[in-house]
Design a protein around this ligand. Structure first.
Ligand code: EPU
Length: 327
């Protein structure tokens, strides 16, 4: 979002040994530590971070073909995520092709269980390798112990700050992606008469859809979806539809998922440019906020609060911020 204060200290680590050195330096100097990947889903407070910021640049890409169908890739946490997707697609593998063009690093994907167009990282992840500051050792965490849910995991809830992720292993398949496809993807494939649905075809389709809807963070400061889609009970949905007519929703294992973008649109804020804070709601995807000329995180947060309040006032639903606010 290109706002927020500065960190007192910063370093890059390219190996597990360097990570240990950085952690030991921080311990000696008694400063807190935060590790980041690409920083694309973080908003820093104006006061900055009075500690050591470690930027994970651990690179590694190993492909292991178990048999004709099953393959595993082990990647360093500092690998740029989209390059991991590109290489897996190039190898003809399915499992993460719908997660194309997502900014950030591979090691950050489990934190918020990155997901898009019908796939999320919890579906393919087998293990995470991390340094555990409680055990003071490297550990391997199986996917079942990651506490994955919609846009969440133990790494951003109960165990926030405990693990420094150094690598992830994914189970991918040598086959074509299987339907049913996410609605926007299915529409794109149909409209473009794509019948041979290979991993490469899905990657190309997702890149086209994302590019048409979402702002490129290189040119418009944004963190992708600024809010998570709210999850409500069946009872709440009935009440909402009694009050407001038809409300777009999807039934999931965790409850009824509503479209946060739709709610923001309904309160008239889609495409709203605010001269007071310098923030705006993106014209083609109302869940995305962009920084047009904001100078502080405080201004950004007041714009966010205005949106939260308007949606709460009309629908009685509190939108929850999706990117991390640090420190
Ligand atoms: N919609 C609106 N108004 C809008 C945009 C969407 O009403 O301005 C409604 C439409 O009914 C549409 C539905 O919302 O069919 C879903 O829209 P979309 O497919 O764009 O997905 P989303 O729920 O808004 C989520 C993720 C995105 C991900 C897309 C595609 C979250 C918080 N966001 O958005 O992830 O790319 O699905 O799978 O779950 C991100 O996390 O940064 C991100 C971009």
């Amino acid at each position: 979002m290109r706002v927020g204060g500065i960190a007192s200290y910063q370093c890059e680590v390219t190996s597990r040994m360097e990570l240990l050195e950085a952690l030991s330096w921080a311990q000696t100097h008694k400063v807190p530590v935060k590790m980041i990947g690409g920083g694309s889903n973080i908003i820093w407070r104006d006061e900055g971070f009075p500690g050591l910021l470690i930027i994970n640049k651990i690179l590694r890409f190993e492909l292991f073909n178990e048999d004709e169908l099953n393959s595993y890739i082990t990647v360093g946490a500092g690998e740029p995520w989209d390059s991991v997707v590109a290489r897996s697609v190039q190898a003809g593998l399915t499992g993460i092709e719908a997660l194309s063009l997502i900014p950030g690093s591979a090691g950050a994907t489990p934190i918020q269980n990155v997901g898009a167009y019908g796939q999320d990282i919890s579906q393919t992840l087998t293990t995470i390798e991390a340094f555990d500051i409680q055990a003071h050792d490297f550990v391997t965490i199986p996917a079942l112990d990651c506490g994955f849910g919609y846009r969440t995991s133990r790494f951003k809830t109960t165990d926030a700050g405990r693990f420094f992720i150094t690598g992830i292993t994914l189970h991918l398949y040598h086959q074509n992606p299987q339907p049913p496809f996410y609605p926007a993807l299915a529409t794109y494939l149909r409209d473009n008469a794509i019948t041979d649905v290979t991993p490469a075809a899905v990657r190309q389709a997702v890149i086209a859809i994302r590019s048409s809807k979402l702002p490129d963070p290189a040119t418009a400061a944004n963190t992708g979806s600024f809010f998570a889609n709210p999850i409500v009970s069946e009872g709440q949905l009935i009440q909402l539809e009694a009050d407001h007519g038809e409300v777009p929703h999807w039934k999931t294992e965790e409850g009824v998922k509503l479209s946060g973008a739709w709610l923001i649109e309904q309160v008239g804020l889609k495409g709203f440019h605010d001269p007071a804070t310098g923030m705006a709601v993106w014209d083609t995807q109302a869940l995305v906020l962009i920084n047009e000329h904001t100078e502080s995180t405080a201004a950004l947060l007041s714009f966010k609060q205005m949106i939260v309040d308007k949606v709460a006032e009309k629908f009685g639903i509190t939108l929850v911020q999706e990117p991390e606010l640090l420190p």
